[in-house]
Design a protein around this ligand. Structure first.
Ligand SMILES: [Zn+2]
Length: 59
């Protein structure tokens, strides 16, 4: 039986990079990955500074 790679829950709903995660951990991990990917893209100049990731509230 599959178990969540983060918390050990057996209620696995998603696979991320081949690892099983429950809904809660999967959502958390995806959000972290997305923010990190966007920050890397911004650092490499792939997206403009118009998109303010670090300080989303500050417009
Ligand atoms: Zn979990």
């Amino acid at each position: 039986m599959l178990k969540c790679s983060a918390c050990g829950s057996t209620r696995v709903t998603v696979l991320i990079n081949g690892k099983p995660y429950c809904k809660y951990c999967g959502t958390k991990i995806l959000r972290t990955h997305l923010v990190r990917t966007l920050l890397n893209m911004k650092r490499e100049g792939l997206i403009t500074s118009i998109i303010n990731i670090e300080n989303y509230e500050d417009s």
